[in-house]
Write a protein that binds this ligand. Structure first.
Ligand code: BES
Ligand code: MN
Ligand code: ZN
Length: 506
């Protein structure tokens, strides 16, 4: 992973492969952003003109490479577009810096060290640059190179030195340490999503949680298929029974001796979703290794909280199963007795996420946490509603939903509040069981949320993040978002834990 450092060196004297500067769209054309003054001086104040002549406009995501001026240790200057210049007196916002640093870091794959001379206002902006660099440099190479060594040519940028900050200042140090921990866990979640489903199954996922938990001092408990059967986890067992890879429920607990609040995070962990007997058609199953992205985000978030030593208890629940068709699979028409005791008629085996989550929500509720957040690639309907970059936020508590939506925006994740209309519940009435696992097609993302709500313990604040859109990125990379697993919602969950630790949430 890309190492982050704060440096007091100037852009001219730092030994690096490239100096990254920012350029923006001003009212009269391209302007050089703050932080690059020394570079501009070395160009006799003509840097903006040079970048513009090379075709630059300052637009977001744009990269212009030019030879560094003589006297510079670094051979190359990389100008990254920041978009529109903020209004007089305003600074560039954190997400703009995060994305620009990500674009630059990705463009510098194959380099060892880059100096980031982007606008640093305070510790937070320095951290945003660092976080963007680590996230943008990410690449998944586990399966590249066959039996040979990994190709070194386009290895991720090894070190990002952030210029313009105060390396000896406590706030700067802490902010960069935080960025390192959080970005590492976002990247872990991405790795888990990108692993092929023949490598990552419920058992191997649980083993990874155990190993990582041990490294950071967490308590990890795994219920295997025998324990799940004995415990009455009918949702997890029903979804997992068609696969040769049996289900698991993993509990990953971080505790702080002075914590006043406990958060429970529940993740959908379908390591592959074929749809089961209600098999998905070709064109709909090629990316379904991503269906454990919720569980990956929950694991990453709990580990990040542990690395940061936050004063809050956080329990992660990973509901792991593989949804496959077989002679042993749940049939459409089967009735499952869930962990809560509720019976559910499975009318569509492709609506499996809500079944495994229901059991995990009931189990999490037994410990009476102050709040529960579940994260799931739950419905195609949410992708239709919000597109592929925005996750939906539903909740049984309006204030909690608003908090989560605001927190997401604060950390640079796109989210939008969605309702849980009570009238949708009756569309899930079953003629034989307490309820069915599907209901009305319209508002399908909300129907799924209404289903989940039934399994949350009385009086517990609960929110549901449907990350089906942003969890897996199929288009060209942008900002710090690569192709494939994105680590969606890890940063939101970590900030929620920080806010809870600070006593900012009810
Ligand atoms: N894992 C899918 C949802 C999904 C779709 C995730 C696209 C990521 C991208 C989920 O298990 C599913 O199949 N949902 C069904 C529910 C339906 C049968 C009620 C869907 O959305 O079609
Ligand atoms: Mn499904
Ligand atoms: Zn699914």
């Amino acid at each position: 992973m890309t190492a982050l450092t704060l440096s007091t060196s100037s852009a001219a004297t730092l030994r690096a492969d490239a100096v990254v500067i920012g350029v923006a769209k001003g009212p009269k054309g391209l302007v050089v952003a703050p932080g690059a003054e020394a570079v501009d001086q070395a160009f006799d104040g003509r840097l903006a003109a040079v970048v513009e002549t090379l075709g630059g406009s300052g637009g977001e995501g744009e990269v212009t490479k030019l030879p560094a001026p003589s006297g510079f240790k670094a051979p190359v200057v990389l100008a990254v577009g920041l978009g529109d210049l903020p209004a007089e007196g305003d600074a560039f916002d954190e997400e703009t810096l995060r994305r620009a640093a990500g674009v630059a870091a990705r463009a510098l794959a194959g380099s060892k060290k880059a100096a980031f001379a982007l606008p640093v206002e305070d510790a937070e902006s320095a951290a945003a640059i660092g976080e963007g660099a680590v996230l943008g440099a990410y690449s998944f190479t586990a399966y590249r190179g066959g039996k040979d060594e990994k190709p070194a040519k386009n290895a991720p940028l090894a070190e990002a030195a952030i210029l313009g900050g105060k390396p000896r200042d406590k706030a700067f140090k802490a902010a960069v340490e935080r960025a390192t921990a959080v970005a590492a866990e976002v990247n872990r979640a991405r790795d888990l999503v990108n692993m092929s489903p023949n490598d990552l199954n419920p058992k191997s996922f649980a083993a990874q949680a155990q190993a990582a938990g041990k490294e950071f001092g967490l308590k990890v408990e795994v219920l295997d298929e025998k324990a799940l059967l004995k415990g009455g986890f009918g949702g997890l067992m029903g979804v997992g029974q068609g696969s040769v890879n049996p289900p698991r429920l993993v509990r990953v607990a971080y505790t702080h001796p002075k914590a006043e609040k406990t958060l429970a995070l529940v993740g959908k962990g379908i390591t592959y979703d074929s749809g089961g007997i209600s098999l998905k058609p070709a064109g709909h199953n090629e990316t379904m290794k991503c269906d454990m992205a919720g569980a990956a985000a929950v694991l990453g978030a709990v580990l990040a909280v542990a690395r940061l030593g936050l004063k809050v208890n956080v329990t992660g629940w990973l509901a792991l199963a593989e949804n496959m068709p077989s002679g042993n699979a749940t049939r459409p028409g089967d009735v499952l007795r869930m962990y809560s005791g509720t019976t559910v008629e499975v009318l569509n085996t492709d609506a499996e996420g809500r079944l495994v989550l229901a059991d995990a929500l009931t189990r999490a509720s037994e410990e009476n946490p102050d709040a529960i957040v579940d994260v799931a690639t739950l419905t195609g309907a949410m992708v239709v509603a919000l597109g592929d970059r925005t996750f939906g936020v539903m909740a049984n508590d309006d204030a909690f939903r608003t908090s989560l939506y605001e927190i997401a925006e604060e950390v640079g994740e796109q989210a939008w509040p969605m309702p849980l209309p009570v009238e949708l519940r009756k569309s899930m009435d079953s003629p034989v069981a307490d309820m069915a696992n599907i209901g009305e097609r319209m508002g399908g993302g909300l129907v799924a949320g209404v289903f989940l709500k039934e399994f949350v313990g009385e009086g517990i604040a609960w929110a549901h993040l449907d990350i089906a859109g942003p969890a897996f990125h199929e288009k060209a990379p942008f900002g710090y978002t690569p192709k494939g697993g994105t680590g969606s919602s890890v940063r939101t969950l970590v900030r929620l834990a920080e806010r809870t630790a600070d006593g900012d949430l009810g």
